[in-house]
Ligand binder design. Sequence first.
Ligand SMILES: Cc1ncc(C[n+]2csc(CCOP(=O)(O)OP(=O)(O)O)c2C)c(N)n1
Ligand SMILES: [Mg+2]
Length: 792
Amino acid sequence: MERGVAVYVVDRAPLSRTELARIDAYWRAANYLSVGQIYLMVNPLLREPLRADHVKPRLLGHWGTTPGLNLLYAHLSRIVARRGQDMIYVAGPGHGGPGLVATAWLEGTYSEVYPEVSRDAAGMTRLFTQFSFPGGVPSHVAPETPGSIHEGGELGYSLSHAYGAALDNPNLVVACVIGDGEAETGPLSAAWHSNKFLDPVVDGAVLPILHLNGYKIDNPAVLARIGDEELGALLFGYGYRAYLVQGDDPEAVHQLLAGTLDAVFDEITDIQQAARERGAVERPRWPMIVLRTPKGWTGPREVDGKPVEGTWRAHQVPLEGVLDDASHLAMLQDWMLSYRPDELFDADGRPTPPVVDWLPAGRARMSGNPHTNGGAAPRDLELPDFRGYAVPVGQTAGATSVLGAFLRDILAANDHNFRLVCPDETHSNRLSTVLQATDKAWQAAVEPVDEHLGRHGRVMEILSEHTCQGWLEGYLLTGRHGLFSCYEAFVHIVDSMVNQHAKWLKTIRHLTWRQPIPSLNYLLTSHAWRQDHNGFSHQDPGFIDHLVNKKGEVVRVYLPPDANTLLAVTDHCLRSRNDINVIVAGKQPAPTWLDMPSAIRHCQLGLGTWDWACNDQGDPELILACAGEIPTIEILAATDLLRTHLPDLRVRVVNVVDLMRLQPESEHPHGLPDTEFDAIFTADKPIIFAYHGYPWLIHRLTYRRTNHHNLHVRGYKEEGTTTTPFDMLVRNDMDRFRLVIDVIDRVPGLARDAVSLRRQMVDKRTEHRDYVRRTGRDLPEIREWAWATNRG
Ligand SMILES: Cc1ncc(C[n+]2csc(CCOP(=O)(O)OP(=O)(O)O)c2C)c(N)n1
Ligand SMILES: [Mg+2]
C-alpha cells in the first residue's frame, strides 16, 4: 500500500500467536532489564516490594530511545533466526546503551564475555549495578558492549559506519538505527548518499531504520514534524524506498514490523540476486524503514501531571526523585511489574524459554557476530615489497606519486580487503596511479566524459570528509584495511570523529576479548606549504596538534622527508593494528635524500643525524633539526649556506620522521630515552628546529628534555596566503635565510664573527620580497637550489 509520496506500508500479520507471544516476551524482558539497569542495585527481580534502598543513589542513563532499540533488536533477531541472515546492529542513538547490554545478556553473549555477569539472578544484580556506575560500564553502546562497532555517544556517524561495515561483506546486512534527532546532523545527512557507492554485487546491504520517536533531548525532531509526504519525498530523493511502521499498540506494531521486515529482506535478496545472478546494472532503490513509535514507549505515561511517554521528557530518566518520593517509587515498581517479570525470568533469574529459546545462537547472534569483533575472517594485507618502488638519491620525485604505485599494487593484491577513501582529491593528491588497479566506486549515472568510475571500484570518493571517515572506520572496525588521503587543512572536518575513534581504540586495548583492528591511516598532503593554487583557506597543519591530545598509546605521527621514507613509513603503518597513524607528505616534485636502505634505517630509528650533511666531528656547536618535507629542504639549504660561509662552524643535522620520538618514554611508546635524546640534541648546544606545523607543538613534546631551554622552533605561524612556495617560508620566518640568522643569533660568538653574513641574509630576504612581488616567482637561486652532493 502506498501512502502519500513513496512511503509504503506492508499490511500483513505474519506472526502466529506463539511467535507474537515470544517476540513480545523478549521485548518486555529487554525493556525490564533496561529499566533495571537505570534504577536498581538489588532486588533485581522485584521479588520483594521495592524500597528506596534498592535504588541507585544516582539515576543515570537514557530510557527514551531504548524501547525502540529493543523492539528492533527483537524483530531483527527473528530475521536472523528465520532466514539465517548474517546481520549486525548499529545503534545510532548509542545513548540507549541499557538496551544493547540487555539484549546481549539475554542472548548469553554478555555472560560469555563477562562470566561474572552470569545469566541468573546474581548476574542480573551485577548487570544492574554496574551500569553507569564507578568501575562498571559506560551508559552508551561502548566498546565494552558485545556486538557493538559504534558507540553512538556523538551522534551522526551511524549510517556511514554501517555502510563501511557492509563494503566487501556480500552476505552481511547491517541494520542501522538512526535517531530522528541524529538525522539532523551534517554527517548523517551526507551519509544517506552512501547508497550511490554500495555495490550490490560485492558489498552487503545496509538497512537504515529511521527511529521516528518524535523527539530529541528537549525538542521535537525536524523529520517528525514535516508530514509523511515530505518525509517520504526526502527519503525517496535520497534514493530509498521507505516503509512506514507506526503505532502505539504493541501487538499491532509487532505484526506490522514483522511483516515489513519480511518484505524488506525479500527485497534486499531480490536486489542482490538481480545484480549477482542476472547482471542487473541499474542503481537499486534499497529499502529502508521509518519506525514511528512513542519515545519512552511502555514507560510512565504521566509524571506529576505532565505527559512523559511519547514526549521529550522520556529522553533520560523519566521518573526522578525515586529515593525521596514514595509515589515515584511506587510508580517505578508498577512500571517494572508491568513487564510481568515472573513470566520472563524463572526462580533463579534465568530467562524463561519463551523469551530466549527462539533466538539465534553462537556467531549468528548479533551481539556475538564476529564482524563486530575484529572481523569474520580477518586477513593481513598482502603487501608488495615497498623497496621495489624506491627512487634513486638525488632524483626529484613527488612523494605521493611514488606512493601511488605502491598503493595501486596493494589494491590489486587485496581484492576485498583494502579501500582507499578520499574527498574527491585522489587525483589532486597525485595518487591517480591507483586507478590503474581499480575504479572509483560509483553506482549513479555515468556520462561519456567520466573517467575511472565503476560499479566495482574500490577507491571511494565522496565530497564529505565525514562520510569518508565513517566508511573507513566501519571498514576497519569489521577487520579490513584502508587509507584516508586528504588535504591537510580539511581533515580538521573530522576532528571530532577521530576523537571518538581514538577513544574506541584506547578502550579496546584493555578489553581482552576484543580482537585488534587494522589501524586508521591518514595520508595528509596538499599541505600548508604548497598551496600554490589556493591559499589561506587551504593552510592549516593543526590536525597533528589535535591528535597529539589523545592517548599516546593510540596516536603516531610521521613526517617523511622524501618519497623513499614515505614508502617505508606507509608500509609500517599498513601493518600496524589499533593505532591512528598520521602521515604528512608532499605531492610536489622534491629531492630524494636517502637511498632505500638508509630510508628504512632512518624510519626505524624515527629520528637521527644525517651524517652526510654534518661537519660536527662528533662535537657540534649547534643542531639544525627538521621535521617535514619542506622544513627538511630549508634546513639543508641553511646548512649549505653555513658551510659555505662559515666552514669552521660545526653543524649537526638531525631529521625527525616519527614525531612521537621527541616525547619522553614515559609519555609515548615511541618516546626516545633521555640519554639517547641528549646524545643527539646535546645537553647544552643551541637547537634550531624547523617544523612542518605550528612551532609550539615541538616545545610541548620536548619540554622535559635537558636541552629544552636551548630549543628554538620555526614553523607555520598562521601567515598564509596565495603566494610562491618560498614566500610562504619567508612570511612564516622558516626560510633558509632566517634560519641562518637564527643560528648567528644563538651560537655564542657568532653574532660578532658573522656580522656580514647576517647582513647578507637580511638583504636576501628583502631581495626576495621585491623579486616575488615584481615577477610572481621565486628567485632563481631558490628555484635552482640543490644540495651539493660532493659536500658529504
Ligand atoms: C553530535 C551530538 N550533539 C549533541 C548531542 C547531545 N545529545 C544526546 S542525545 C540527543 C538527542 C538525540 O535525539 P535522537 O537522535 O532523536 O535520539 P532518541 O530520540 O532516539 O533518543 C542529543 C542532542 C550528542 N550526543 N551528539
Ligand atoms: Mg528521537
